[in-house]
Design a protein around this ligand. Structure first.
Ligand code: FEO
Length: 399
């Protein structure tokens, strides 16, 4: 049965939720599910904005049929070709063969590659406009947010921005399509941060570029491809995006990440964390072999300071820590203060190797020399760890 919702004058939400998928993009756990959003704007021309993942295909087509009623589907705007949004495209054009596809040149090539599609396409680019009756669609290029073909659409008459993956989040919708800031902060913000940094975070410069373009627009409604639609309160969420995309820390705090085999490196990490907390500085501690790397990544970007503690393993960094550091590097981790702690029973070298990954990244500042634990924390190494913790806390307070 259809479950479409009118969210503004002539604007319908046609999406739905998947709470069964374990790993989004086969990579990111989504225990709170995910929504795939699609919208229909009815005017003299009726315009569909994106399709959905196959997982909710039937729901989507019922919603679309209901929202259209006896009316014709004139256009489908394809903002983004990733299959979580385009997978049902071929079924759409089968059901609505007269529809004209509006998309970027790069997306048109992908439509051909994914679906062999050779139907009616109206190519658009940055600054193009298309009247649809009382309203106009204005197109904004948003390359690499999150793929190169991405477009946004702005409807100036109503101040609606269709923002593709930008401003999306993991987390299924619970009844209401509209975002409520208080509920979002409680139920979605951690997922939104994890979504941003893992999916789009590598492309902070491109996100900043498109935010600059959006800054001049009067926006009353933001319709992303995942998560709730923003009306009131969007300024608060926009501020988060400005912070995240500038690689600025979200809060002055310390994230302590450790990789430990028999507990001694954990012990070192906990001693540092206790010394930091004793100075009144917020600290969170993570076992990188337990917490999913997508969460570790988001937490590293949230905090202003990070501590990386790893045992030496096969003459290298312990595998889960090495994987995490490589993921940080791949996502342009930068602009942070950090410290390293190593452990080793005969040839400790994880510290130098971790520093070798972190120090070349942009605007990274190491606090203290590496601190070494030989097998188990001793009285001397405990004193050094407590001193490091106090130094880190002092740095948090001073910067
Ligand atoms: Fe939600 Fe980049 O696709």
């Amino acid at each position: 049965m259809q479950n479409c919702t009118q969210i503004a004058a002539d604007l319908y939400y046609l999406g739905g939720n998947d709470r069964r998928l374990a790993l989004f993009e086969s990579a990111y756990p989504i225990p709170r599910g995910v929504s795939y959003n699609s919208y229909l704007l009815k005017d003299e021309k009726n315009v569909l904005f994106d399709t959905v993942d196959n997982a909710i295909g039937e729901q989507f087509f019922e919603n679309l049929a209901c929202a259209l009623g006896e009316d014709k589907l004139d256009y489908v705007v394809v903002h983004h070709m990733e299959p979580d949004h385009s997978a049902t495209f071929a079924r759409l054009v089968e059901r609505y063969p007269d529809v004209t596809v509006i998309t970027s040149q790069k997306a048109a090539a992908m439509l051909k590659n994914y679906f062999g599609f050779a139907g009616k396409v109206h190519l658009v680019k940055e600054g193009d406009a298309l009247p649809i009756g009382k309203r106009t669609l204005k197109f904004v290029a948003a390359p690499m947010v999150h793929w190169p073909e991405v477009l946004f659409t702005y409807v100036p008459e109503d101040g609606i921005l269709f923002s593709a993956d930008a401003f999306g989040t993991f987390g299924a919708l619970s009844g209401s399509v509209m975002a409520d800031r208080e509920i979002f902060e409680r139920d979605y913000l951690d997922d939104a941060r994890r979504y941003y940094f893992n999916i789009v975070g590598k492309y902070g410069v491109q996100v900043q570029n498109v935010l600059k373009k959006a800054a001049g627009l009067k926006i009353s409604l933001v319709c992303p491809l995942h998560g709730p639609v923003w009306g009131e309160g969007f300024g608060w969420y926009l501020d988060k995006y400005l912070t995240w995309s500038a690689y600025e820390p979200e809060e002055k705090s310390v994230a302590v990440f450790y990789a430990s085999v028999y507990g001694h490196t954990q012990n070192a990490a906990e001693i540092v964390a206790s010394a930091i907390a004793a100075e009144g500085v917020r600290v969170r501690v993570y076992d990188v072999s337990v917490t999913h790397v997508s969460e570790l990544l988001a937490e590293a970007f949230r905090a202003s300071h990070a501590v990386f503690a790893s045992t030496t393993y096969n003459n290298g960094i312990f595998v889960s820590m090495e994987n995490f550091l490589n993921d940080l590097k791949a996502h342009n981790f930068q602009n942070r203060a950090y410290a390293v702690i190593e452990n080793g029973s005969w040839a400790p070298q994880a510290g130098a190797l971790m520093d070798g990954v972190l120090s070349p990244l942009k605007n990274m500042r190491r606090i203290g020399e590496k601190t070494t634990v030989l097998s188990a924390v001793s009285a001397d190494s405990a004193a050094a760890l407590r001193a490091l913790g106090r130094q880190i806390a002092g740095d948090v307070k001073a910067n």
